[in-house]
Ligand binder design. Sequence first.
Ligand SMILES: [Zn+2]
Ligand SMILES: [Zn+2]
Length: 391
Amino acid sequence: MRGVVFLGGRKLELREFPDPTPGAGEVVVAMKASGMCGSDLHPYRAVGNAAAALGLGGGGGPIVAGHEPCGVVAARGAGVSEADAPTGQRVMVHHYKGCGRCKHCKVGWAQLCRQGIVVYGMTGHGGHAAYMTVPAYTLVPLPDSLSFEEGAAISCGTGTAYGALKRLDVSGRDTLAVFGQGPVGLSATLLGRAMGARVIAIDVAPERLALARDFGAETVVNAKETDPVAALRELTHGEGVETAMDCTGNPDARVAAVRSATTWGRVAFVGEGNTTTFDISQDMIRRQLTIHASWTFSSVGQAECARFVADRKVELGRLLTHRFRLEQAERAATHRRSLNLEVIACLEALVQAAPMDTDKLLAHVREIRRTPARTRLTDRVLTRLKTAGRA
Ligand SMILES: [Zn+2]
Ligand SMILES: [Zn+2]
């Protein structure tokens, strides 16, 4: 099978990988949708080792990218029963592997395992390929009413927003300020609204603010034109917001999120990277703030997020603004018949709500296109982009 590899230095490539065989305790998932997350931009743009760009270690050979995988159970290894992973079951993948035995792994927080972790799509082969092999315990069932694309979104960006909203204990009594309206921030806007909060969305890109308003934000603030702290105070009778979330990783936005919170307010940091300086006494202690540092979600939380989206009929599909079919898996002479590679046509890298990344992808498609063997694939992507009016 072929898989997408991020090479760093803003380069990606389709490379050949062996068809997967499930080992003991493992399942092969046939990919139906594989999302593109904001944090994919770190290994994509990295100088040198891609995984190291996220502080995740790793440093071996090429890794299939994609940590928002969603598909169906295609094959099982020894020790995995039909009840554990029914063939054809629609599943998401909780994209971390830990030891499986410690106190963190036992409760679904494999990413907190001290024995060393695999982050799929970063340090272990991820979802941007026809198949992906994972331990059976990483599978999270996808509710029938959700599409594979929605499942992919929940597998990182949307799940991360949900996890932070839970940490903040957001309810209908709260005004929620969401800094940054990329895939995670827009998900927080959608979900926060569904939880009953009054949502105020902050970003610097007008097109993202327009999406935020569309997704239920009561008010939007362009931080390039207006001081967001002053705007949020004005919108809350001088009090400040009960809850604020930073989805940018930008130091100014983090400080603004903290300063815009009311006394006894709650703030969550979700956006990664950078260092930020606060006046701890004035900004936090004197106002009795609670600060949460929220890293993604557990496998249990992922299932809960999917249930919430399905039951509340959250229109998550609207978050997916671009779709790319990168590859029609070609029949390889060496393929395993049981996996039926012939009928697979399912790698879709979804660039969520990130119009600017489309241009970069397009540039790469043109670059790859110079290789004759890849022309068919890239022609298809170009056609799609043309249809979407972007090429
Ligand atoms: Zn563990
Ligand atoms: Zn992610």
